[in-house]
Design a protein around this ligand. Sequence first.
Ligand code: P6P
Length: 334
Amino acid sequence: MRRVTLTQYLIEQQRAARISPDLRLLIEVVARAVKAISVNVSKGALADVLGEAGTDNVQGEAQKKLDVIANEILLQANEWGGHLAAMASEEVEEVHQIPFDYPKGGYLLLFDPLDGSSNIDVNISVGTIFSVLSNPTQDEEPTESSFLQPGSEQVAAGYALYGPSTMLVLTVGHGVHGFTLDREMGSFVYTHPFMTVPVSTSEYAINGSNMRHWEAPVQRYISELQAGSSGPRGRDFNTRWVASMVADVHRILTRGGIFMYPLDAKCADKGGKLRLMYEANPMAMIVEQAGGAATTGRERILDVIPTRLHQRIPVILGSAEEVERVTAYHVDGR
Ligand code: P6P
């Protein structure tokens, strides 16, 4: 069967007037940056890319060397192309302005350059998550407030998964599509058209060590799953927790499941654990485009009006039936 590449897929989306030439260029540039990140990630102990960078990020978390490498690759790949008005990264406090000697475009790119990097040193899959918004102030230099748009305003979202194979999963608002990196050709091949999340599931992903910190609705929901066939759900459930959101979400996109990082007593003062703008929003767009659901437990993630660039939020996403049940328990308050 003739193989379709990401480039051909994007050209066809542009011909169908679903994406602009600049958005096509943006996604191509991000894909090229992801290939460079994949090369660095796969070197492991063969190169000086493992371990701590000796610096902290805006979240006050110790940065891994690959966090810094991935961040630099994405910033440098995207700043000269003329398709962006500005960028925002989990690893950088301030909005990253396009250098004055480069042309600017109409898009805002946000990313978590290497999500799950605590897994790097133990050789477990990690990923890159990205989100694209339109710049609302075409003529002025973008500020933080230019980025503070609800996730429903995203024009594209995607992630790269650096697993046994490197994959790029993308939505531009017309379904979710997966591409697998052919390392010999150096191109992404269109391997997973129209990825969909099964409506029901028997698999859940949550960090169970936080159980004593969860709110009542989550304690109730997880206890029912753990009770299995002898409990109110009348069937057994399975659990998976990679601690790399990209890996957990990709599994759910592929075979169903529910992913939960709910509010808990440990992170309640920060509003949650995961970041809204470049983790929850892009993953929520992807999951909804694939027929799943994504809420904070109390409201649709894509409806949340952001107040800060690096704000955190509770995340419950995946198979619609289960997300709706957990959200109903929150509404019931028990
Ligand atoms: P915990 C990785 O640090 C991350 O941001 C997500 O990728 C992942 O789902 C979560 O945090 C893991 O958190 O508390 O289980 O280490």
